[in-house]
Design a protein around this ligand. Sequence first.
Ligand code: CTP
Length: 368
Amino acid sequence: MKQIHKRILKEIGLKARESDLKAWAVGGFARDTLIGKNTEDIDICVEGDTSPLIKFCAEKYGADVVRFNDFATARVNLSCGLKLDFVRCRAEVYDKPGALPKVRPAGLKEDLFRRDFTANALALSIMPDEFFKEYDFFNSEEAVLKGYIKVLHDKSFLDDPTRLFRAVRFAARFNWSIETSTERLMREAVEKGYVNFISRQRAAHEFIKILAESRPYQALKCAAEYKLVDFVFTGLKLNPKINNLKTIEEKLAYLSLLQGERGFEFLDSLLLPKKDTALALETLKWRKSKAAPSKPLSKNALRIIRLYKPDIEGFKLKPLLLSAADLNELGYEGPALGAKLKALAKAQYAGKIKTRRAAFLYVKKTGF
Ligand code: CTP
């Protein structure tokens, strides 16, 4: 952890003591710190009111504060890159499976117990007299160091079925195993259709979070083995080469191509806004048309197509050799021009036309 970040946490701890509060860095930050992984995204759990600490950060560091209505929660973005999520220690009660929980103030132990997995239920104190002292009530350190995913209680997947997706995501990210009784609970949860308790949007969102991982192939394969993927899209086809891609847009485009004729159906199943699917749509439209594109494919689209089909002939990717203006000069207009352009694009894609000259000859030979 960067020295400046440590110093800031210490200063927040001092402010907590001054305000008669207790505060811990919890969850992913504590887990990642234990395995020596740096993270600038820190959840800070506070026993008591979070507002003195949020106000302190805003005043002392000029931090940008985004408040949420949700239980004294706020995200505090510091210019040094730290992102602090302040939340009051809470216990959660799930009225019905998959619904958002009701919350009430609680102590640290209860707050940690409400979490998804033991590996994510570790806390590091930020109080001055015990800075970075570990609070480990549920064998979290063992789970992190030995590397396994284990729920804190048997109803965890019923309370929150998104945890099924989270289990495979974390297991794949760290190359951890899923502990036997948790594995049994997961299979049971899938068999009983717990994922149906959450909205399609939430399931799709979890799928996208898996895609955001640096090794999505392993996570998706594991999700497919547990039949979790079926809740989003049945029969997903995969290829380890997806791990060569960086952005979600690229991974989406590649996965869409992998689904063959079902590419558009796959894309629709993720319920994404249009702007996030532009690259996938570009590659899918090109593939479906089986014709030379009227304008050059983007660099990214070309890269994804080549990853999908490394032996693809270059001419299949080249933009149309003649334009509408060219055909117009040859006397084509209206529907006849459109039809000719289409025929040209198909012929070029099929490799029958490789130069502009050949394209003109083709137009002349095939006539109106
Ligand atoms: N959490 C949970 N159940 C969920 C979502 C989150 O119990 N369905 C808890 C976990 O303890 C988790 C914490 O809330 O550590 C923060 O959630 P999130 O940011 O999603 O988890 P991180 O572990 O920080 O994930 P990442 O490393 O991907 O940032």
